[in-house]
Design a protein. Structure first.
Length: 238
């Protein structure tokens, strides 16, 4: 964490390490101390510069990745039978509490109605092919808060995988709420896609989350075709 170049490199590696670990149900390649060091660094930076949005966003991302690491580690340990049922239950309860507190902090971080995109005047009219209404006037953050959209979509991905893996570990049906979460992630993807004032290639920042969301969408032609169109869009962006 000594300089910006190394921080960017480790953040890039961490993102893919977590994604691979969660999707495979295995551990991350890096030890937890790497993720904890990142989280501590960015949390300290955010405390030192409370008005600096960049530091605040980095702290959010680092917190999400540490939580995701702990999720991957606890389920990997369960798979290896290196945790008793009591230890597993205790760890899961701790993660649930941390996710709830973190989620509430994000929901209440920026609530002024002026923070959100209010209209999408140049987008196509609604059609039967739509699976969501991304035109929600209190959903997509704009301007200097645009990065918050990526923070949210990452947290929703974490919540999706955690609840899915928990249902598998407990041998219970997949919770119906995962479909709702997936549709919310798709709504964010499409809102980012059509917003014409975002950074160039903004939709690429949602790529991994789109892949996770597609696992839990309804298995019908409408949703399948929607996913195909979005994957084609990603390919067009290189």
């Amino acid at each position: 964490m000594q300089d910006e170049t190394r921080r960017k490199i480790i953040s890039w590696y961490i993102r893919f390490d977590i994604f691979a670990g969660m999707m495979s149900g295995g551990e991350t390649m890096l030890g937890r101390e790497w993720f904890a060091a990142c989280a501590e660094h960015y949390e300290r930076a955010a405390r030192d510069r409370p008005e600096h949005l960049g530091a605040r966003f980095e702290a959010y991302f680092a917190t999400s990745r540490l939580l995701a690491t702990d999720v991957a580690l606890v389920f990997a340990a369960k798979t290896k039978n290196s945790l008793t049922d009591e230890q597993f239950a205790t760890n899961i309860a701790s993660i649930v509490d941390r996710l709830e507190v973190y989620g509430e902090s994000l929901e209440t971080a920026f609530t002024d109605p002026s923070c959100f995109v209010k209209s999408f005047p140049d987008t196509p009219a609604t059609s039967d092919d739509d699976i969501n209404d991304y035109r929600d006037p209190n959903f997509l953050y704009e301007g200097e808060l645009f990065t918050m959209n990526y923070v949210l979509i990452d947290v929703w991905a974490l919540e999706l995988m955690f609840k899915y893996q928990l249902s598998m570990a407990q041998r219970q049906p997949v919770p119906p709420e995962l479909t709702h979460l997936s549709l919310k992630k798709c709504k964010m993807f499409e809102a980012v896609e059509v917003y014409d004032k975002g950074p160039p290639g903004a939709v690429l920042g949602c790529l991994a989350s789109l892949g996770i969301a597609s696992l839990f969408l309804p298995r019908d032609k409408k949703h399948t075709d929607w996913c195909r169109r979005k994957y084609a869009l990603i390919e067009q962006h290189g």
